[in-house]
Design a protein around this ligand. Sequence first.
Ligand SMILES: [Zn+2]
Length: 70
Amino acid sequence: MIRFILDDEQEQKVRDWQKSHECPFRMKDGSRRGGSFGDIETYSFTPTSIGIVATVKCACGSEIDVTGEL
Ligand SMILES: [Zn+2]
């Protein structure tokens, strides 16, 4: 089994970013605008020789690196 997880600190970073980045797909409180966009974020986990690089990308183009301790 291969599992990719975000720990609490990483999850908090994502939640802060959801609220703070300028986004046409979100309301000011970070919730999604309407329901017709489906999943607007892409979570990427890239295994490297030093660990797993985790990034989250929004449909608006904004991206955050939430890689934890490697
Ligand atoms: Zn966005």
